[in-house]
Design a protein around this ligand. Sequence first.
Ligand SMILES: [Zn+2]
Length: 312
Amino acid sequence: MRQKLLATLAATLTLALHPPGSRAAEVPLDQWDGQRAMGRIADLLRFTPRAIDTPGHEQAIDYIKAEMGKTSADVVTTQRWTFKDSAGASHAMTNIIARFQPSNPHRVIVATHYDSIVRAYRDARSPDAPMPGANNSASGVAVLLETARVLSLMPKPAVGIDMIFFDGEEGPKALGAGDPNWMAIGSPYFVHHLHDYYPAQKPEKAVVLDMVCDKDLELQPEPSSLALALPEVKKFWTAGAAIAPKAFSTKSTSYPISDDHTALNGAGIPSFLVIDFEYEPYFNTTQDTIDKCSVDSLQAVGRTLLQYLYLP
Ligand SMILES: [Zn+2]
């Protein structure tokens, strides 16, 4: 993902939350297990780097498909294509899409990206070394996998859920913000072929997670999410403030952040990003390792997501 530093937008907004007491029916949030999610991050780190064009990328795809296959997702499918970059090089791309209650017309997308950057370009000492991506890429996947496991134990929510593990969020060079010509690949491709998955009506909303395991978790809404999905941001942050007050800040970031929600918003699906972008000095270095993650942070995000999916 990348932040856009626009002087004109360098102001923070404060999100007004719904009054307390608007929580939905009892959802057994304690089923959502941060320790299990942490185990998922450990599993994924074995495949580092998980960047496009690497063996670890294929291993991550196989792992996610296999793990989603153990849940109550009715369909686990892949969207495969070849991406040609501006230099003419081809890259094999794969979005993984797992659908719960596929015949339910009211659909919500829960997404993250699974590709990592290819090297730790921000590392002062070893910019060519692998970038583990415990937080930047593995944490989002871990939250989706654990959420899928818990959903399989619970009554079906009112909405049909499509979990999407996007490829290529880190761009054609797999350098994320380290590439001045960065652009996400997987989510724009997905929205370009939206009709393949939603022939009758578009999904109603989307939540995108990225960088959500930081020990010192502070989730701030970012301006493009507030502009295009304000009611959903309010619902999510209100649920989060009841579950883990310290992790949910009502103050927005002073800059918009581009991530996979950007393409979804572009397709007219109200979409928002859940991210803790303040991850210095580890961001995109060799130090983005599992010891920077916490069980409590994963639980704060995962339980909020679970609650959100059961809100009216
Ligand atoms: Zn990311």
